[in-house]
Design a protein around this ligand. Sequence first.
Ligand SMILES: Nc1nc2c(ncn2[C@@H]2O[C@H](COP(=O)(O)OP(=O)(O)OP(=O)(O)O)[C@@H](O)[C@H]2O)c(=O)[nH]1
Length: 473
Amino acid sequence: MVLAQLGGSISRAIQQMSNATIIDEKVLNECLNEITRALLQSDVQFKLVRDMQTNIKKIVNLDDLAAGHNKRKIIQQAIFNELCKMLDPGKPAFTPKKGKTSVVMFVGLQGSGKTTTCTKYAYYHQKKGWKPALVCADTYMESDPVKIAVEGVERFKKENCDLIIVDTSGRHKQEAALFEEMRQVSEATKPDLVIFVMDSSIGQAAFDQAQAFKQSVAVGAVIVTKMDGHAKGGGALSAVAATKSPVIFIGTGEHMDEFEVFDVKPFVSRLLGMGDWSGFMDKIHEVVPMDQQPELLQKLSEGNFTLRIMYEQFQNILKMGPIGQVFSMLPGFSAELMPKGREKESQAKIKRYMTMMDSMTNEELDSSNPKLMNESRMMRIARGSGRHIREVMEMMEEYKRLAKIWSKMKGLKIPKKGEMSALSRNMNAQHMSKVLPPQMLKQIGGMGGLQNLMKQMGSTKDMMGMFGGGGDK
Ligand SMILES: Nc1nc2c(ncn2[C@@H]2O[C@H](COP(=O)(O)OP(=O)(O)OP(=O)(O)O)[C@@H](O)[C@H]2O)c(=O)[nH]1
């Protein structure tokens, strides 16, 4: 099961449960069994899934649910926390420092994408002004890989490279020989960090494979590749558990820049279709041309999400490319609606929407009042664009949903370029209280509770991630 589907299945299971009139143990168990099935189908290791189920049962208090608290949010929160826990081994990976020499060794099986990932990793740092170097000790049946690795590292140290990446072999006739060679390269080059590269589509084998590598060398971080297309994501969770090391990047395609820093909370937020405001705001700065940014953010902060804004953003997004990435960050546009690997369909849908909007009047495009769009106008637009009225209605529904979510941005201070997470910093409890759904605010203990919580957490960014960025869906 691909990640987007996993998120969808979990959300559906929670939704079904919260539709039940009475939440008793049976209903909760059914919901958890559904989630368990979804996780297993996504190749999360059985033991991890079982532990998660036990933990959620411990956390979720049935009395709270019976008392009419927001059941969906309580369960969703518990699942959110458990998934985060699975992906967060509790200690960060070694982080190389620019200007100071670090040796980073890559290990992983043949075909896992190791060599590609070494290059992406080097390129990622080079773009940020580092001086990386790549030592290819990935010499199958030729020369002495240990000697090559040592000589390479020495040479690049002399050349003042600050990030020396050692690529090791991933193939051997004998598994034992592969691990022995890896151990020797590690001993000889003394890496500051060993990164285990894993193909996300290896399924249930992830845990054992990761563990085997960890037992031979001191794996300190994981990079999961091929998260695009048909990738199964569950293996990532298993690899973290097996190596007790965090995932630091994910590979999302064959190209050099299809490489993303991995952040647990936004990832899980997106996975559960909860959206990720901070990531989305970062994306706005990437996607929306500089000269349009202040105006757009101003309009959004005034709560005016018009059809024209939607149109312009569609335009920008089509120009920019990886549409799925942007939309999955936008609360409301869950990964299920804009699934990765189905970008073409999503793109076609957006183009359809834009054609329909081309048949609208300026007044309609610039109004944030969807009531203007009555049935006769919708018929005209459908005729004008050669589409069915059903499609116009569908687009309007999409618009209303987005506008509702965006309306929560009203009154927020506008972050400046380069301080995206400052969206959160800029917000005080007052703002947060506007953004959060009222039931959730009550659950936290009103304004007082919110202020306390914000103090404890230190930053509202975490809260945004935790609560799905304030989108009340
Ligand atoms: N779709 C996709 N393909 C990837 C990604 N990363 C690597 N690949 C592809 O996976 C294949 C194997 O990648 P390599 O980098 O050669 O793998 P390796 O682990 O170094 O394998 P050996 O060099 O043979 O040991 C290549 O076709 C890459 O283009 C990714 O994130 N997404």
